[in-house]
Design a protein around this ligand. Structure first.
Ligand SMILES: Cc1cc2nc3c(=O)[nH]c(=O)nc-3n(C[C@H](O)[C@H](O)[C@H](O)COP(=O)(O)OP(=O)(O)OC[C@H]3O[C@@H](n4cnc5c(N)ncnc54)[C@H](O)[C@@H]3O)c2cc1C
Length: 501
């Protein structure tokens, strides 16, 4: 065969790629390989594909019980949806905006518009003052008076905000956002990763408020605190690594799990083998490839892409990847309790599309009022019926629901929902409940995290025929996970084809 393209096509057909993990990262990586004609097998340990993107039937409704939206930033997720023929199903959330609850002396108030990661550009704006009070506004104003010379390059978001604007801005505006977005305290978040450009703008403008204003003007895009749409990732602890630029989100009519269904269908059309209920247990190098051991039959592969959560990925990779640390960092655990309630008082969406909490003020971390947020959820429900998702757990704390059985967890979620939404929800209001536990990745914006993941990537790349992707490497959020999976699959498939060629 002399034609190089023909030769490449033949090599593609002869190459077998095994993808370990059938979450979105694994399915996207598999699609990239299947598209060029490679033989692809996806092995998923659970009984369904999608990982964190999953749906469940709750009270007769099919609802997302994991990820429920995607960040619009860069049009990345949208492009995949278009490729899968789903782009006409994309919808924005309603524009009511999110609230913050547990503000001392205030209770609940709309989350102010016009900030970056909760940091206001103008502490005197009425919506900001409502949350931080006059005392907080005066303290935050000191930021404008402090000489620029005292501004250094601060890595910790918490230290920066505390220093420049004081505790009220930190505790009441920034901490609810980082807790919601990253399940992390502001002190643990790296400013340069969470809000790229903020430090530089600070040096230029001489104040943090000035830097926020400059950043927002430059981006001309909404942020988590001003985008009415943005509370989804915020609320559910799942935002992209850099939520500040383009905090806006969109969803899919019928739920995000339609993305998973479409990926599975396309992979089927391309002839990929898709197996659920098969856990990958060990990787063993063999001549020019791998033996993939599972709790079922072993498989031979020319290349393996590991698209698993961090703990299991490190355990699997460490024996075959020199210099890869197999210790599992402490990962935040989140429990999401989805409630279907009969509560006509919620028709008026009293707290917009969702509520973040001042850490420590409530047992729940955050809440999404799904029927207020998504028209398709509202249209699927009877009058007076509402769907709310209550999330528990932040970094360093077990979710309050962790030790409870499902009924007790639903009861706690109901009473937290009543408190956060400011309405009465009697036990008789509860129609159905669903609870799910997720172990999240350490946030990509956590201090020191970028170096850890870069080291892991470097170690994996040194091994021929091996790839790794997933939220622990790319950062959480579909807008991070999808391009990373594509890039890693591209790297692995190119290497595999060259190797054969
Ligand atoms: C509660 C919650 C809400 C979120 N909401 C949003 C949102 O609204 N918008 C957004 O963009 N992002 C959101 N995210 C983040 C986003 O969902 C994730 O970053 C993304 O889905 C991660 O995909 P993944 O493929 O890397 O991992 P996962 O989805 O965790 O997939 C890994 C897969 O590997 C499987 N597996 C595990 N062990 C094995 C094994 N040994 N062998 C084979 N398979 C195995 C698992 O069963 C799983 O299916 C949310 C996250 C959480 C936790």
């Amino acid at each position: 065969m002399s034609d190089p393209l023909e030769r490449l096509a033949k090599h593609a057909h002869e190459s077998h790629v095994v993808v370990a993990g059938g979450g979105v990262s694994g399915l996207v990586a598999a699609l990239e390989c299947a598209k060029v004609g490679m033989r692809v097998t996806v092995l998923e340990a659970s009984d369904a594909f999608g990982g964190v993107v999953r749906s469940a039937e709750v009270g007769g409704l099919t609802l997302d019980v994991g990820a429920e939206s995607f960040a619009t930033r860069g049009g990345i997720v949208r492009a995949l949806l278009a490729e899968l023929g789903l782009d006409d199903q994309v919808v924005p959330p309603n524009s009511a905006g999110a609230w913050v609850a547990g503000v001392p002396g205030v209770g609940a108030a709309p989350l102010p518009k016009g900030g970056v990661l909760g940091i206001p550009d103008n502490p005197w704006a009425p919506d900001v003052r409502r949350v931080i009070g006059w005392a907080g506004a005066w303290r935050a104003y000191v930021d404008r008076l402090r000489p620029p010379l005292t501004i250094g390059h601060q890595h910790s978001l918490g230290a920066l905000v505390r220093q420049r604007m004081g505790a009220r801005v930190l505790d009441r505006l920034v901490a609810p956002v980082t807790s919601g977005v990253y399940s992390a305290r502001p002190d643990d978040i790296d400013v340069d990763l969470a809000a790229p450009g903020l430090n530089a703008a600070l040096t230029r403008t001489g104040s943090l408020g000035g830097a926020v204003a400059e950043l927002r003007a430059a981006r001309n895009t909404p942020t988590p605190t001003d985008a009415p749409a943005s509370d989804v990732p915020v609320v559910e602890g799942a935002a992209p690594r850099t939520p500040a630029p383009g905090g806006a989100v969109e969803g899919i009519v019928g739920g995000m799990s339609r993305l998973v269904d479409a990926l599975v269908a396309r992979l089927g059309e391309l002839g990929a083998e898709l197996r659920t209920g098969v856990a990958v247990t060990e990787l063993a190098p063999r001549d020019g490839g791998w033996t993939v051991h599972t709790d079922d039959e072993p498989l031979d592969a020319d290349a393996v892409i590991v698209a698993l959560p961090e703990g299991v990925a490190r355990r699997l990779l460490a024996p075959v990847v020199p210099n890869l640390d197999d210790s599992e960092p402490i990962a935040p655990v989140v429990e999401v309790v989805t409630l279907v309630v009969h509560a006509p008082a919620l028709d008026a969406a009293p707290r917009g599309t969702g509520v973040l909490t001042v850490p420590g003020s409530h047992v729940a971390k955050a809440l999404t009022h799904s029927t207020a947020k998504w028209d398709w959820v509202r249209d699927a429900t009877e009058p007076g019926i509402h769907v709310v998702r209550v999330s528990f757990g932040a970094q360093g704390e077990e979710p309050a629901t962790a030790t409870l059985d499902d009924d007790a967890a639903a009861e706690l979620a109901l009473s937290e929902a009543a408190a956060l939404l400011g309405v009465e929800l009697a036990p008789s209001a509860l129609r159905a409940a669903h609870r799910v536990r997720y172990v999240q990745s350490q946030p990509g914006a956590a201090i020191g995290r970028a170096a850890q993941t870069a080291a892991a990537r470097g170690a994996v790349r040194a091994v021929l025929g091996l790839g790794a992707t997933g939220a622990w490497l790319s950062g959480t959020g579909l807008a991070q996970v999808i391009p990373d999976a594509r890039a890693e699959a591209d790297r692995v498939r190119s290497a595999a084809l060259w190797h054969r060629g």
